[in-house]
Ligand binder design. Sequence first.
Ligand code: HAM
Length: 414
Amino acid sequence: MFKKVSGTKDILPEEVIYWQEIEEISRKVFSLYNYKEIRPPAIEDAALFNRSLGEFTEIVQKQMFLIKNQEELYAMRPEGTASIVRAYIENSLDKTAAFQKLYYMGPMFRLERPQKGRLRQFHHIGCEVIGSGDPGIDVEIISLADKLLSLYGISGYEIKINSLGCLNDKKNLVKILNEELKNKLGQLCQECNERYKHNVLRILDCKNDSCQQALKNLGIHDKYLCSECAGHFNQVKSGLDALKVKYEVSPHLVRGLDYYTRTVFEIKHSGLGAQDAIGAGGRYDNLVKELGGPDAGAIGFAFGVERILLAAGNRPQAAGKKIIYIIPLGNQAKEEGLKLLNQLRDAGMPADTDYEGKSLKGAMRSANSQNAQFSVIIGENELKNNTIMLKDMETGDQIELPKNKLIEEIKKRC
Ligand code: HAM
């Protein structure tokens, strides 16, 4: 027997109901905020991610699903932002309107060690706004994430925000860290010693106690921010305050992807254990230009859908759609049954029938397990009289009706 690949998941019909609910809420809300859906491919030129996320990021170094095809190296996309920026540039979306609000949903792939909340194929629901550096958009993006979470029915999450500043500020921060940590390397974990060489910013959000201790007294806060970036960050915070979005400034939040500048944020849920980030995002004001496009400020975020569902906890079993179940008894009745089935479906009523040749009792059992609201029995007598027997599955009441009155009668009862 074949088994699914480690770190992947079969999303079975009873769970799909919740996925559809989350997707439906998201589509509605994105549309209210005037975002348009975009669907880039799941495979891209691997170099796109090296260039966007950064050569020394964990994703590029260790987690890419690579496909070698003759001379080409493709990657199963580990995230959506780089693809969307690529699509924005390649399709000259800026020529239609330089300012674009886009959203997306779909699978992402990272070769990680699977554990609760950490998969190798997982799903993002996310959005990207390209073409503006206005702090008002940062406020919209963070408050939109907050709105979505509350509509998904999730509570107990925390929004952590920080500003990395512009490219110059980031360089300053790197310089400060290099300088301040130079004499503390012995206190840092092995991984942070590696990070010190290539990706010193990531040391800031290492969870290791002794690394945190080493960082504690550095007093970095926002002393690396230039006055413009500090002003931008202040406007973001006061916009969030005005909208009463709860957040916490977290000076050690740096995020694991190189493209970020200025505002970054992460949303954590206390009930999820080690993999507690249910979503994250931030500004990437240099990426569009870096990938060959115009000079366009941009910001976005993505939720991990599997973690959103974990955070939503056990929900009451959502009842499937009520159906009308046709039970034909005998071959001639089967043909009548098929015709009725078509009529019901054409009238917009979900309907199904027994294809397993079951007895009346067996077919009734199927009707019950399919959550049928009514069953429609066509036996010898009914065929003779051109009628059907309509049974209300909840009350058990049944009446005989002329066949052509079935739809009218069901409409009356619903
Ligand atoms: P990210 O933080 O790498 O950001 O991923 C966003 C979310 O995806 C995480 O907060 C988490 O919920 C979920 N996630 C990540 N890896 C896994 C995994 N292995 N298994 C399950 N869930 C996972 C990004 O990808 C950025 N593109 C977000 C963004 C959009 N920034 C700007 N625009």
